[in-house]
Design a protein around this ligand. Structure first.
Ligand code: HEM
Length: 504
């Protein structure tokens, strides 16, 4: 209706301009079957014709694309709850998320607030995050043993890592990050085979999500056409529950017995077991809901952080002067032979600059998750009708030449003040004052794990640089070409030579 009214009254705000839907789908999806990654480039090119905010109508709703930091700030921060909803769920997501009983798919409302507050104020509260220090230390030791290993279980990689001191660390980064998150989730140090199985299930579900998202335009037809795939999803989720449920029950029993636990005294499952939903008569979460929330925790925090870590280490290998400065800073702050702990990281402004610059130059998510307009709103003088889906670009905002000098260069120094401190004036990574870059999104739906992600990135980068000297693999240049998996990754994974720094 608002759209029709805007057509009748020429003075009323109208939808942002955009290409013809039929031409767009025919050209890019029906005939060329472009991947999500290729579509991102198509959208970027279309912005050059239609401007920083454009629309593309699909039968059920208009899609709004934003590629401008001021408009993004208006939409995500200034308009508050108006654009903080998520698109309605379709199968198989309805089944998999227990009908939106998780943080990222639930509508902007009391349940979302409850689950999100539990993650940010209970689980990821600084006092809880401190309790996970043994898990971080264990995960780092595991990573070191994997980096040191030659020949053995990871055949594919090991075969390629035949030259002395050479490593292709990407899978080791992602496995380590996964082990750490599994420990934080279930409070236990599981053995590697068990973690591998959990990870395989997690990946299978994530890849199926991506495929189903692509075909979400006609969900009912797709559900019939892809019946076998749908059944496959149901089977995988069942297996996931078979593995997670005993871990959840073990935590419940431990709590009943008042057992403190040897490894971690607290974990995500503990916080979920305590939760009650006031809007549903104060009931507790069901086991399926807890399984789903654990799934979300593991998938939200693994591939994003490990992709970020690989990009940052790649830039460190490429820019040896950055590595030198970082190693000097670490040496100044921490006495030799001591492990770098969380509290030490705050004394390392250059480390923070390296991590933030890495996230600006290589944000693991090129778009934030789709938002939905909860009511009609005016955005940059255009009408955004209720129900529109808003897609905001992350990567182009961080590469904006109007904000960043030489945006494609990796220059951590841009965040360092004359006195050597990290400059919060250059960037507010949460985007609440203004958006200059937003690897974690901005506003109400900003990534609730951003503090943890920053901690993990700083912790692993600092410890990796302290433990090893990283150099380019012989006869190779670091190739920064992007590829797309669940996040934006290095198309040609980092290959580097590593040398122990003395006995530190
Ligand atoms: C470098 C690492 C990470 C990056 C780049 C990242 C990025 C993002 C982005 C761009 C969003 C979408 C925001 C929006 O839709 O407006 C998001 C949402 C989310 N992230 Fe992260 N994230 C990271 C790590 C984590 C971690 C460690 C966790 C949890 C342990 C996590 C959990 C979530 C959840 C639950 C949401 C949904 C929030 C909501 O809908 O309210 N993320 N993240």
């Amino acid at each position: 209706l608002p759209f029709l009214l805007s057509k009748l009254n020429p003075k009323a705000p109208s939808l942002p301009p955009g290409p013809s839907t039929i031409a767009f789908f025919a050209k890019n999806i029906i005939f060329k079957k472009k991947s999500l990654f290729e579509l991102e480039q198509v959208i970027h090119d279309l912005h050059k014709t239609y401007g920083p905010i454009m629309s593309l109508r699909t039968p059920s709703h208009p899609n709004i694309f934003i590629e401008d930091r001021e408009i993004a700030h208006q939409a995500l921060v200034q308009l508050g709850s108006a654009i903080a909803d998520r698109p309605p769920l379709k199968e198989p997501m309805i089944y998999l998320t227990c009908n939106g009983h998780d943080i990222n798919t639930s509508p902007h409302g009391p349940l979302w607030r409850l689950l999100r507050r539990n993650l940010t104020s209970e689980m990821l509260h600084p006092s809880s995050v401190k309790k996970f220090a043994p898990a971080r230390s264990w995960a780092f030791k595991l990573l070191v043993s994997k980096l040191n290993a030659r020949g053995g279980e990871e055949e594919e990689e090991e075969e390629e890592e035949d030259r002395e001191n050479e490593v292709i660390p990407v899978k080791k980064f992602s496995f380590t990050m996964f082990c750490l998150l599994v420990a934080m989730c279930f409070g236990q140090k599981l053995d590697e085979e068990e973690i591998e199985e959990i990870r395989d299930i997690q990946y299978s579900l994530l890849f199926l999500f991506v495929r189903f998202n692509l075909f979400a335009v006609l969900p009912r037809v797709m559900k019939v056409l892809f019946r076998r795939k749908w059944n496959q999803i149901v089977g995988i989720r069942r297996r996931q529950a078979e593995i997670f449920n005993p871990l959840i029950r073990a935590r419940k029993e431990r709590k009943l017995k008042g057992d403190k636990g040897e490894f971690l005294p607290y974990c995500y499952v503990d916080s979920l077991l305590d939760l009650e939903i006031p809007e549903e008569g104060g009931r507790k979460l069901s086991e399926d809901e807890i399984v789903n929330l654990c799934h979300e925790f593991l998938s939200g925090g693994t591939e994003t952080t490990s992709a970020g870590l690989e990009w940052i280490m790649a830039e460190i290998v490429k820019h040896q002067e950055v590595q030198r400065k970082l190693a000097e800073e670490i040496e100044r702050v921490i006495p030799a032979n001591e492990e770098i702990k969380e509290e030490d990281l705050q004394k390392m402004p250059y480390l923070k600059a390296v991590v933030v610059e890495g996230l600006r130059r290589h944000p693991p998510a090129h778009f934030i998750l789709p938002h939905r307009a909860a009511r009609d709103v005016k955005l940059n003088n255009y009408l955004i009708p209720k129900g529109s889906e808003i897609h905001t670009n992350v990567v182009q905002l961080g590469w904006d030449e109007k904000v960043w000098e030489d945006p494609m260069e990796f220059k951590p120094e841009r965040f360092i003040k004359g006195n050597g401190d990290f400059s919060d004036e250059v960037v507010d990574i949460t985007g609440s004052r203004e958006i200059k870059m937003m690897p974690f999104g901005a506003g109400r739906r900003i990534c609730p794990g951003y503090g943890l992600a920053m901690l993990h990135l700083e912790y692993f980068v600092a410890n990796l640089v302290r433990k090893f000297e990283w150099r380019t693999a012989e006869g190779q240049e670091v190739d920064l070409t992007e590829g797309f998996e669940i996040t934006t990754v290095m198309k040609n994974p980092l290959r580097a030579q590593i040398f122990h720094r003395g006995n530190k």
